[in-house]
Design a protein around this ligand. Structure first.
Ligand SMILES: Nc1nc2c(c(=O)[nH]1)N[C@H]1C(S)=C(S)[C@@H](COP(=O)(O)O)O[C@H]1N2
Ligand SMILES: [Mo]
Length: 198
């Protein structure tokens, strides 16, 4: 297979323009305080049956847990290789709360208004994960506890930490960084960093 997103194994090399760096917390704004008892993951917008799905932490823990070994690629050229993410496959969440046929886009939204735009196809990648664990331990608060989105074939900004909501969209929309000069798609293997490349 030539397209790394079709392959469950991690790609053996770094994407173009990237250099190795250790993992460091990297985000806009403060680390939010989150209470697991009131936390939920909401899937809403243009859903197949028009309803909203809310998963509590207990609901998430009851779903099958998978591990994916994937590098984290920041658009600032730094990549951290060999991270082992644990959590729920994005396909499992999409199967639980599918989009309407015309809803091919979505927003992944986090605490404090951070959001990124992705496609449903991005989340159908077998390596896309709603991650709750990193290297065998619960995510640290600064790395997105209790849940972050991990989509290995896209730059890091496409994976909100402190994930709260998936909103299906019936038309393409731009997220936080995509509105501020970053690429609509953000594929690391095609080096889609900036909006002027579109
Ligand atoms: N909520 C939120 N998630 C975010 C960000 C952010 O600013 N806010 N930054 C993104 C960017 S640009 C990168 S590279 C990764 C960094 O992940 P790390 O802090 O675990 O290194 O988180 C992503 N997720
Ligand atoms: Mo980044």
């Amino acid at each position: 297979m030539n397209d790394p997103r079709d392959d469950l194994r991690e790609p053996a090399r770094l994407p173009p323009g990237q250099r190795e760096a250790p993992l460091r917390p990297n985000h806009y704004g403060r680390v939010p305080r989150i209470d697991l008892d009131s936390w939920s993951l909401t899937i809403e917008g243009a859903t197949a049956d028009g309803s909203m799905t809310r998963l509590s932490w207990a609901d998430v823990e009851a779903l099958p847990h998978v591990e994916v070994r994937a590098d984290l690629h920041c658009a600032s050229h730094k990549s951290t290789p060999g991270l082992v993410w644990g959590g729920v496959s994005a396909r499992t969440i999409i199967d639980l709360a599918p989009p309407a046929p015309e809803a091919r886009w979505l927003y992944a939204c986090a605490a404090y208004g951070y959001h990124s735009n992705l496609t449903v196809d991005d989340l159908l990648s077998p390596r896309a994960l709603f991650a709750t664990h990193l290297d065998g331990a619960a995510l640290a608060p600064e790395h997105g506890w209790p849940m972050r989105l991990v989509v290995p074939h896209l730059y890091g900004w496409k994976g909100p930490k402190w994930l709260l909501t998936i909103e299906y969209l019936a038309s393409p929309q731009r997220g936080f960084w995509e509105e501020r000069g970053y690429h609509f798609t953000g594929d690391v293997w095609r080096e889609e960093r900036y909006a002027h490349q579109e």
